[in-house]
Design a protein around this ligand. Sequence first.
Ligand code: GDP
Length: 432
Amino acid sequence: MNLCVLGAQWGDEGKGKIVDLLTPHFNVVARYQGGHNAGHTVYVGGRKFVLHLIPSGILHPGVICLIGNGVVVDPRALFAEVDELAGMGFDVRGRLFVSDKAHLILPYHRELDILSEARRGDRKIGTTSRGIGPAYEDKIGRRGVRVGDLRDTSADGPLVGAIRENVDARNRLVGNSEMKWQDVLADLRTAWVRLEPFVTDVSLYLSRAMAAGQRVMFEGAQGTLLDIDHGTYPYVTSSNAIAGGACTGLGIGPKTIGAVLGVTKAYTTRVGEGPLPTELLGEMGERLRESGQEYGASTGRPRRCGWYDAVAVRYAVRINGLDALALTKLDVLDGIEALDICTGYRCGTDVLTEMPGDTAQLALCEPIYETLPGWREPTRGITRYMDLNANARAYVRRLEEVTGVPAAIVSTGSERDHTIIRDDSVAAAWFR
Ligand code: GDP
């Protein structure tokens, strides 16, 4: 059965670890949206790997990794990652393929990202300044440059025309410096020499792989609440991080997605701006940040931390049709006396049990909590559910009740084997 693994909160849920863990049971891992703004951290044998663009499945020899048309690709970032992996002994040749329909992030996109954030002032989004948003803007504006466009760099070809127009537009916007389209083109010509062997028709590749009985994992980046349509707009990413994004971002039919696994932390975090109803600004927020090491894998920015928001996760269950949760970082809660779970929002005189679509309204919502006792016995590294202490089990059980889906995987540490796979859950089939 094919499986879609995605973030069910505001990103950074620990998807990297979960994808890495599941990868040996799949033949292909396909990334469907986002860019190198993602940061998936995987620890294997004490070694740390941070992957931004390349699916974390690459750490498993023999597994094919695909970057779909829904992803935006900065060739420099891609090759930096390829080189870093090579330096660590991972050869990606013949195992990594990029869609010819994926859009490119070009140097002017990075500049426009920074400029646009500066112009927004107090209303800034908190982007990673990597050019992701402007690259998607060009895609939707039908002036973007796709990987496959690099095949034809002739003077009267569509690539040269697009680059000229885009660089002209950039020069009009950024008044104090001049970018030369010829320089951009020269860099792209150089990039193509290296990129070409990686380029393929990802949709066709997947279709053939699935017809041959291969199992595919679809990997989402960021998280449901950062989805361009269903997240806390405008404080969102520029792509569809939800399960539906796998179809458009890879060119697959919805029925090929066998099951959907949502990754959530045992609490909540968010990086950048935008509402976060359960945010803890005091000592407890600091404690979660320090024990959970909540600093962005891509940017090092401190993440905002709060209690588990079951309203947000229930929303993710609905939007993605989640079959199960992978609950990560349970160990971060070790030693905390009492744990709050947000089961509803108070908004003025209204009590809401569903996520409001209006971000301004969400910003005014106060969480309604129920409190469960914490635990002193460490959960870190535990691999069997029954070895968790009774309060930790009760906490997991309550999260399952309030979200309406089973926690099929519970993660108790950053290492691969710090994981509980619930044999009695849907997850058992994914590990066969
Ligand atoms: P992603 O973008 O969703 O892959 O998440 P990140 O990689 O940005 O953040 C997850 C961080 O949490 C990484 O440093 C992981 O190694 C770490 N991590 C994942 N699962 C666990 C866990 O169960 N316990 C602890 N303590 N850390 C974890």
